[in-house]
Design a protein around this ligand. Sequence first.
Ligand code: UT7
Length: 329
Amino acid sequence: MKQPVARLVGTGRYTPSKIMTNADFERMLDTSDEWIRERTGIRERRIAEAHETVAFMAKVACEQVLEAAGVSVEDVDTLILGTATPDRPLPATACDLQAQLGASNAAAFDLGAACSGFLFGLTVAEAMVGNGSARNVLVVGGERLTTITDYQDRATAILFGDGAGATLVQPAAGDGRGILATYLRSDGRLADLLYRPGGGGNHPPDQGLLEDRSYYMKMAGREVFKSAVLSMADACDQALQRAGIAGQDVDILIPHQANIRIIEATAKHAGIPMDKVYVNVDRYGNTSAASIPIALDECVRAGRITAGSLVLLVAFGGGFTWGSVAVRW
Ligand code: UT7
C-alpha cells in the first residue's frame, strides 16, 4: 500500500431549506410518488432560492471546512470548484466564491466533470499537493441544477436538486492516513446521452433557445443508467486494486447519489453490504458534483467516519466521466 501524499481535513455542506416532494411533482406532471420512489429512491430534493447561488452555498460549506480544519482563509492557496451549473458564464464561479470567502491568496478555478467533478477535483488537488505546488486546497462540489432542469420533462425533472459540499486537501502527515488511490476516466463519445445542447458557442442565446428548450438538460435515462452501472463497477474495481484492498476492507462506500438502483448494483459488485453504503438520495435527489461531498460531511458529522476509517468514493456523470478515490480517513 502506498504512503499517502495528501490527506483530507475537515468537511462542510450547505443544502437549501426549501423542499420539493414527490407529491409536489404529482400536482405538476404525469407522475406518481410510487413511480419515483421505486425507480429512483428519491422522496424529496432541495431547491435553491434566488440568494442561494452556487458561490453562496459553496462559501458556507467552505467556512465549515476551514473551521473544522482549524485553517485560516488566508492560508488557502487553491480553490477548485466542481460544477456543471456556474452562476454566470464568465468568470469561473470559483472566482466569485474566492471573493465571497475572502480567500485572497488562492488560485481559483472551476472544474467541469459533471457529477464526477468532486472526485476529479480531489485528484487534481492530490497531484498539486504531491508536487509541492499547493498546501491547502479547498475542493468543492456546488450545483444549482434546478436552474437547468426542464420542469415539463417528467423523466428528468424529478431527479435533480441543489446544494454544495467541500473538504480541504493538505500534505499527508506520514501516518498512513490520506488518499490511497485515485482513478479517473472519461468517454466523450457518449456526451449526447446527457447534455445541454443550447446556450454555449454552438447555440448562443437567441429566441429559439427558449422555444426549443435546448437550454435545459437532456438525458437518455435508460442508456445512462446502463453505463452508470458499468462505470461505477469499473471505478470500484480500479480504486480497490490500486489501493491494494478488497471490498470487505471498506468501512464505508459513498457513491454518487443518482439512483438507489445504481447504488445497490455498485455495492453488490464491490462486495460491500448495504449497511456500509451511505445513502441520502432519498432526501436530496441527484445534486451532481455536490452529492459526494454533502454525503461525506453527513458521515463525518454523524460519526460514521472517524480517524482511520477506510472510505471509498465512487462517481459517474455526464461527459461521460467516472472515477473513484480511496481514502484512509
Ligand atoms: O448523475 C448521473 C446521471 N444520471 C443518472 O445516473 C440517471 C440514470 N438513469 C436513471 O436513473 C433512470 O433511467 C431513470 C430514473 C431516469 C428512469 O428510470 P427507468 O427505469 O430507466 O425508466 P425508463 O426511462 O426506461 O422509462 C420507463 C417508463 C417509460 O414509459 P413507457 O415508455 O414504458 O410507457 C417512461 O415514459 O417510465 C416512464 N417514465 C415515468 N413515469 C412516471 C419516465 N419518467 C417517469 C416519471 N413518472 N417521472
